[in-house]
Design a protein. Sequence first.
Length: 637
Amino acid sequence: MFSACMRDCYDTCSIISEFRNGKLIVKGNPEHPITRGFLCPKGALLPRWFHSKDRLKLPLIKEGDEFNETSWDKAISLVAEKLKEMIKEYGSESVLVYKYAGDRGVVNYYFPMRLFHYLNASTIDGGICDRAGQEALKDIYGTAVGVDPEKLKEHKLIVYWGINAFWTNLHGFMFAKRNNLEIWTVDVVRTETAKRSDKFFQVRPDTDVLFALGVAKVMIEENLYDEDFVRENVYGFEEFKNYVIKLSLNYVSQETGVEVEEIREFAREFAEKKGIIHIGYGFQRSLAGGEAVRAIAILPALVGHRFGFIYDMKTIDKSYAEAKFLRTKPELRIPQMELTEAIEDGRVKFLYIYNSNPLASYPNQNRLRKALRKNDIFVVTHDIFLTDTALFSDVVLPANTFFERLDIVDSYYHRYVLLNEPVAKGPGKSNSEVTRLIAKALGIKNPYLYESDEEVIRKVLEANRISFEELKKKGFVKIPEGERKWNTPSGKIEFYSQRAVKRGLSPFPEYKKFKGKYPLRLLSPTYRMTVTSQYHNTHGIIDSNLYMNPKDAAERGIKDGDEVIVFNENGKIKTKIKLTEDVPPGVVLLYKAFWVKLLGWNVNFLTTDKKVEKYGKGSAFHSTWVEVIRCGEPGVK
């Protein structure tokens, strides 16, 4: 049977699955051009996740501080009763549906929204992941959709900028290797990707924008750019040229930590090899992130690429699956980074959560947890496991896995739509099944709330001119690219961004210095064996150490393996230290979003919930500052 990994991951692997002697067996689909017949370490352990003894089997209702198992009928009836009660007393906008990309199946992701659009409920305006970068790329190109990665085979060089691709885009990394591309990495940390790259340029936090502008300066001053392409296709080049020419490379070097000759080397070789840049999601989750992506995105255009970056793909129209036309009132969208505020000020009275575990993944956890405890909110969570979020819920509904249902999924890396067929049966119900049950309990007759998964899939595919029968033959279909244009005010690539100016920003990317109350910058990237909070409870492999440079440790009397307290204004945690030169002085690193119920804490007890206001209110996880003290110091508990 054809399966597709629905995780929030670039690669979106095509999988061949079977159920043999009561056991799930998975392998990579050897026919898929990108994922190419092998699975990442997380994917290889999917059977362990599917067969986990911790999967929820029956709905739970909280009574006092305890959960009691109940029937589906009773649980759904309670959910429907509370929905009616809250809408009657506080209005439909007091109901908020919170979802994210824990499962990216088109039906599983969008179908529940039909019910909440029908109810005129509030929805989340997603900003926790890649929002600032999305907005920045739209400022330059009018889109965040970059080059088809299969076209990398036509190129010589890929630059992984702020992405640890060997961990988070393994198939893309191996595709580049197989096609003999030279690989460079730009990052704050010497990651596994950096160690496997031909060249590594280590920059200080927040200085990506300055490094990119310095590279652009060299390319322009030394006439290394594609003059014909720029003349014909770029808006505001002369103004941008005058802007970057004023930069001092000595200043760029001083701020970034990259030697002047290295900056020149990057510019000259990038121009010669006409590099493609894979822009990561991580570093744009900072107060400087939007400006950095804007600056980086200019470099591929200077060497003559129409869309010379990789950032997003998601190529199919899924609007039919969501059916916003069911609304009878304007949609109230609450910025995702204002969830806690919406709870604190009483806007939210009923919270329905699926495909997400915000009580592990959301920043400034102590504030969010306090808000949920203090305010009278009815919380429903639909999940496979009793997650940290489920523990804060009044009703918990068991979900099934993507191995147990029919769905399709696209990718934000490659241009393929994948088929996912049910291969096994386990406890729990899909998001669409639960949606139909709630709609029925509410007495809603609208036929759009009762369409089958296959009906929805067929209509979504039809809207995108894809044959369901063709998809069923090999498990994936490529979406033709067609002619692409720049959706900007000028119809060109905008080095002088008119869209940015309208939002009150400079027409050109700006370098700004940010400083926190505490001396150490805390980074919280993805761990190799998890996808945000997913798999911590099933794969059993985590790394909860704090990574620190030996220089910073020596200043604090800390030795490798010591227990330490990490703290700031948001909270504190206790963990062990690992010393490494891979992390530069002034920076510490903790991997993100492990389960609090298993570990006792996670990095989001410390992370900031500040927003990148003018870049879609995107998250700023990496603009967090902390101090670290060795346990056992006088007065330290």
